[in-house]
Design a protein around this ligand. Structure first.
Ligand SMILES: [Zn+2]
Length: 92
């Protein structure tokens, strides 16, 4: 399950990833929040190896969720109920 989510998260565009990271930040613990702020930060400081591991294991898979529409197998961005396709159908 985590693999599928990670793969979907890797396919996000930069702007989608930024939006998802901002959403995940609200529920992140201190360590994760620090990493997310660093990614979103302007200075472009690279993550340490340890931070990268936390990012790949805990943060990246949380950037996408299963679309909330019944029978839809696509992913939605963290914080969004529906995937982009269903959001149009449901008028969001
Ligand atoms: Zn959907």
């Amino acid at each position: 399950m985590t693999d599928k989510f990670s793969k979907a998260a890797k396919d996000l565009t930069d702007s989608e990833r930024k939006k998802a990271l901002e959403s995940v930040l609200d529920n992140a613990n201190e360590t994760e929040a620090g990493i997310i702020r660093q990614i979103l930060g302007e200075d472009g400081k690279p993550l340490t190896e340890k931070q990268k591991k936390v990012y790949e294991k805990y943060i990246e898979p949380a950037l996408v969720e299963k679309c909330g529409a019944l029978g839809c197998t696509r992913f939605s961005l963290a914080g969004e109920t529906y995937c982009a396709t269903c959001a149009i159908d449901y008028g969001e």
